[in-house]
Design a protein around this ligand. Sequence first.
Ligand SMILES: Nc1ncnc2c1ncn2[C@@H]1O[C@H](COP(=O)(O)OP(=O)(O)OP(=O)(O)O)[C@@H](O)[C@H]1O
Length: 882
Amino acid sequence: MYSIRPASRLQQPKPASATSASSSPTITGIPTSTAGSTGIPTSTAGSTGIPSSIPGAGSIGSIANGIRRGIPSAISTPKPVQPSPSEKQDQPNISNGNLAPPSVVNAPTSSLDISRPASPNAPPTSKTENVTVSVRIRPFSSSELKVAGGPTDVWDISDDETRIGYTDDYAVSARRPPVEYAFGKQIKRTVVKASSQHHALTGSDNELLYNSSVKNLVQSAMEGYNGTVFAYGQTSSGKTYSGNETQPGITPRAVDDIFKYIRENSDREFLLRVSYLEIYNESIRDLLSPEAIDLRIHEDRRRGVYVSPLKEEIVTTPSQVMRIIERGDYQRHVSSTDFNAHSSRSHSIFQIVIESRDRSPGNSGGSPTSRKPLGSKSATGVRVSQLNLIDLAGSEKAASNEERRKEGAFINKSLLTLGTVISKLTEEKGAHIPYRDSKLTRILQSSLNGNARVSVICTISPSHLNVEESHNTLKFASRVKKVVTKAQTNQVMDDKALLEKYRREISELKAQLMLTASGESSVSGGTTNGKHAELSTLLEKERMKHEEEMVEMNMVRNALKERIDHLTKLILTSQSINTKAAAPEVPAGRNTVETSADGTVLEFPKELESRLAHKDAIMKQMQLDLEVQQEKMALMKAALEKTAKGETVDIEKTLAKVEQGLPREKLLSEKRASIANIYSLEQADGANSADLAALEALQGRGASSPSDSRDDAKGDEDDEDLADTPWNREELMSLRQAKRELEIIVIEQEKKLEDMVAFEDSDEFRDLVLELQEHREKITAMEEEREGYRATITDLRSTIRKLELRQSTSAQTDSTTPPTVGSTPHNLAIAAAKIKELEIFAQKERRLRTDEQSRNMARIAALEAELTMMKAEMSVRNLAYS
Ligand SMILES: Nc1ncnc2c1ncn2[C@@H]1O[C@H](COP(=O)(O)OP(=O)(O)OP(=O)(O)O)[C@@H](O)[C@H]1O
């Protein structure tokens, strides 16, 4: 997501410190390790110096020296800190070298309270702290390097990385008074576990940036605190910069850390779900479901401000998360602008919801009875937190392209509102905060207003070309660092959490599985009771019923096992993650469960399809069995009637005949084969509509038949047996509903087809064909007429040629005689005039004919197209019908 570019030629990192920067956790004073069992990172104030972006010690030293030079007294006698709510630091601390020391400049608006220990299983705790701000100066871009007179390095960072000001060179050449923005580390030493840190850095070291600004936040998100990270800065300043393979950006690092945390915390189980949206021209779009546009923002007491309906996907591996991000990025509005070849034209929010729960035996969801009742006070709740990774579009000057200008206007407006909201938040309490003035601020409301830890990465360009924009960003940074939030862990005590829902479902399914197992044993224990041979039909019937029940039970068991496996795979534990790392990944699709924002499962297509298919197969077989029984009954009845008439009937023979006519074993093996077929179809990778079609063919199900309504009625009863989970029942019902709708469509198609056939017989159709015929004839006549004209013109031309020939011969004999009336030249002139007249007439005629002809041709083409369409439609419908 965000990061810093590699050092430019002006930014030679000091080799020694560069190495330590990436390896030492204390480089920027930000810890990379966790402390003790609480998992809260300890902080170290040490600053061994990150690679500086400023060439030579001269420049770096100069700002630091400038401070030392300018304010010796301020440093030696720091004023006591008196934070006041109305204190305003919106303007940069501009003074002619009279700079306050860091401790004074950074009025300690920051404090961090851990009201209760944050051990993973502890009750909710809270963290009150300032928004963490990091400022990053990217290296010069190629266009900035090419500028006339060479690049001018504007910004310098003090040795302790807490302040940013002008370089001496720039201050002198631009004749600007010294300026300083302070982002001193704010460490509350009395609180051991954590600190709020602001700092400035340069270059492209993504690890350094991540460790100092985001790592801590990811860690606490895993512990149950909401976290929001966003990058702010003008366009092309490096907000989206995602590094490369050796230097991954913030998002992949955060994702890795999340899974690492799960791996290392074996006492909790986790469920992760992600969503990805963008705000483009003040309209919210779901990047994971691109057709979902203009989403609404809602607010309720339980969830705060949220966007809905938003697609959430459950994730189980880092690569799966990265694939989802790639998918979303592909949908995101990115365009080339005057300032950036890949400029983000929208604000994007990637959200990971982390649910976690204690895995102690009473909570593991073993048997349903061993579980504490949900919602009871004694039940350990599920911790739910969100991590928002936000990439803002950059503020920009007017673009030359109109569309970019329009986008720019929306971007600038929302960023302006963000600035206003931040200002108001740092003003006196009770001020109206205009969150609703933009979608961005409305979505960020929950984070800025309270329950989240927030880290802001402000990015600036090093060049004098962007100095004003950089000032704006630095002012924003100075303001936002004063915003105080109070994040707390959120416990959900009911089954609103998906984790709880799934665990509960697993327990219920396991219970069902146990029941089917006991049912099976009772079935297999059933034997014939050795009654009289005449009762064998009844016994057979019993046996068949039992066999059937066994088959059905096996199917139910398999379905239950499959679902348990499926749900268990979605819940992550350190053990499952470690196993996953070794095992090949399960193909996406089958394991991807889509849920709505409130955790409702949206789709289980394959599972539902296969279950429905199972039930259809059973119904079909039951129907067959019924027919078998009916035939048997008929034969037995006939035998009985004969007996009643006094005829002798060999009951054994009759039964044998029945058996012969209706080979039961064949029937059963057919039944098994069809079920096995269903399973293989279902398991086939990528089984889809083709499989369904095959399934339907296998089951011999037509589009609509009277027997289907019987099937449906029976099927619904069956559903009740098998569909013990609410989602399953609902989905099955909706599938059946869809089937009914399809049947209605087929009926409508039939009707249309009939209409089409009727149309072909209708007068209208005949008229159309006749009209077509007439037009064709007209054209032929016109073509013939045209040919006639051509012939006349040719004749006339040859006459002219003959006359001309004659004229030239007589001119040779008598060149002085003037042409008299009736003489050859006179006749020739008349003929030529006549020809001219005729030619003009013919030309006019030709034009008229051509016009009419093209009109007719167009009409014919239209009619033919209409006819073709009709025929095509008819054959499609015919096909559908057949
Ligand atoms: N730290 C960095 N190191 C190397 N290159 C960088 C760095 N930061 C930015 N760049 C490069 O600068 C260009 C602009 O960066 P990026 O797209 O991240 O800017 P942005 O602030 O996201 O812009 P916009 O708001 O227009 O989307 C890219 O080519 C990027 O590779």
